[in-house]
Design a protein around this ligand. Structure first.
Ligand code: NAD
Length: 489
């Protein structure tokens, strides 16, 4: 039997896309599994004037494909209340407090509050300041704030934002979302590495030649052009998701899986990152932008609505990361991400060294490759060498796949569901800690400032392809190549 939680969620941005697509369905899943029962309520706030009845209808629409029955959906949505609210208006917080206190009593929530900031980051500081000053923070229960990305646009702005939020909340009350950390297969990295001595014993520079992290997107900027054009792939994907995956992949074993021990190891590895110079940024990082597709069906980035026709924002980044520590000296970690590529896919490839052998020459065998499929496919595969069937001792490649079925993936909890439950449980392991955020901003800022000062042109790639050719050259000069490519099927 799952433990039911007591909590009042106050969602800022309750009419928004994220709330409807992710938050309400995730809350519903927690409700159907018994993690939320009678003692919870949700206040959705946003500028629009909505009635509770309309809001509840929106919530029911958002869970339409998941609902157990109409009655169950009605029961769930009856816990939702709407309050029109302008986050800059102090008086509105007083109205919000009255409703919050009233619902706290009605549902016997014991003062537990989760404030979910699902709106533009420019408002994060204003909201937290008002939550404190207008006494929405309770004395008797827990108070937790979930903050959406992006957390700043560089180190300076993220530090200012962090300091501002810390004036109202304690650092252990902050839950910075990086939804990749809630993904099944990203969480599986630690289990796969540390629960398997066979894997962990070869997880070092004696055996591994290079590692590759790819987050390839098929979609373009969609409705987010205004935000994206100021951000670009470096800030949108590398600073957070890729740097988090990188640290899980390269960190040493933590003493336990507790929040502090995992963080300690992530920080050690982030601080071992080889410092970038203007020269290494120029030689080891590639930025690209998509142009019109070869078949003319997909428009180029500069043709997208709300994107300037001379925009130099990168929609693609590839790069080489190196670590100065005993385990990883000499092992490049190649990273890449891009929009409007040929295929949506997130995967990690670990390429093992080919050991010199008197029995087989290098040309006769292939490197062992381990692939971790993060999504939409989920699972693992490994390639090994075997004897080819027949006369003689020729070799062949064999591949072991362990891929989750469509129904297993459908049934496994969604990232936001897990992260909301973690927050209810007070577990911050799968959230981004300030020190991690700061370290990765500092790393990424060096790339940004070098690019901004450079007169080098952006590489381009036609929409629907594998990305710019320069990303292949990046590996070829070290004698490596990308194991997976977006245009291979
Ligand atoms: P959205 O534009 O769809 O929603 C923004 C919400 O903020 C709306 O409810 C709007 O009414 C409200 N709002 C705006 N100004 C307001 C004001 N002055 N007072 C009160 N309410 C106001 O945005 P979204 O896509 O839902 O994103 C929300 C947050 O989540 C952003 O930080 C975004 O970067 C982040 N995020 C979204 C996604 C996604 O898939 N949508 C993914 C990752 C991160």
């Amino acid at each position: 039997m799952n433990q039911a939680n007591k909590a009042l969620f106050i969602i800022f941005g309750g009419t928004g896309d994220l709330a409807q697509r992710k938050l309400y369905p995730s809350l519903y899943r927690l409700y159907t599994k018994g993690f939320l029962k009678e003692n919870f309520a949700v206040i959705g706030t946003a500028r629009r004037e909505w009635s509770d009845a309309h809001y509840q209808e929106v919530v029911r629409d958002s869970i339409h494909s998941l609902k157990v029955s109409d009655e169950h959906a009605l029961e769930f949505s009856s816990h939702f209340y709407y309050q029109a609210h302008n986050v800059k208006d102090t008086e509105h917080y007083n109205t919000l407090k009255k409703l919050a206190d009233q619902l706290d009593g009605k549902y016997q929530i014991d003062g537990n509050r989760i404030f979910y900031l699902s709106m533009s980051p420019t408002f994060f500081g204003t909201i937290t300041k008002h939550l404190k000053s207008q006494n929405l923070v309770t004395e008797n229960g827990f108070n937790r704030v979930i903050i959406e990305k992006p957390f700043g646009t560089d180190y300076e702005s993220s530090k200012a934002l962090n300091d501002e939020i810390l004036e109202a909340f304690e650092s252990d009350e902050l839950y910075r979302i990086d939804h990749y950390l809630g993904k099944e297969m990203v969480q599986n990295i630690l289990t796969f590495r540390f629960a398997n001595p066979m894997i962990e014993s070869v997880w070092n520079n004696h055996f591994i030649s290079n590692m590759q992290i790819t987050l390839s997107e098929e979609l373009g900027v969609e409705e987010r052009a205004e935000y994206y054009d100021k951000s670009g792939a470096l800030r949108d994907m590398i600073q957070n998701h890729i740097m988090q995956i990188f640290s899980l992949l390269t960190m040493d074993a933590p003493k336990s899986l507790s929040t502090n021990e995992v963080r300690k190891q992530k920080m050690l590895v982030l601080s071992a990152l080889k410092e970038l110079t203007t020269e290494t940024v120029q030689s080891d990082f590639v930025r690209g932008q998509y142009t019109r597709s070869l078949d003319n069906k997909l428009c180029g980035y500069r043709e997208e609505e709300k994107v300037a026709d001379d925009s130099t924002t990168e929609t693609y980044v590839a790069g080489k990361l190196e670590l100065n520590n005993e385990r990883w000296n000499g092992v490049p970690v190649y990273i890449r991400t891009g929009k409007k590529l040929a295929k949506k896919e997130a995967q990690i490839n670990i390429v093992f060294k080919q050991i010199e052998s008197s029995l087989f020459s290098k040309g006769d065998t292939a490197p062992n490759i381990l692939t971790i499929y993060l999504g939409p496919s989920e699972g693992f595969s490994i390639t090994l060498n075997e004897k080819k069937i027949g006369l003689g001792m020729d070799t062949d490649i064999m591949q072991f796949d362990h891929l989750r079925t469509e129904s297993m993936i459908q049934e496994s909890p969604e990232a936001y569901e897990k992260l909301l439950l973690d927050c209810l449980n007070g577990d911050r392991t799968h959230f981004a800690h300030w020190e991690e955020v700061a370290a990765s901003w500092k790393f990424v800022d060096k790339i940004r400032t070098t690019w901004d000062a450079s007169t080098n042109k952006l590489a381009t790639y036609p929409a629907g392809t594998a990305g710019p050719e320069a990303a292949n050259n990046l590996l070829e000069k070290n004698g490596h190549k990308w194991i997976w490519n977006p245009d291979q099927h």
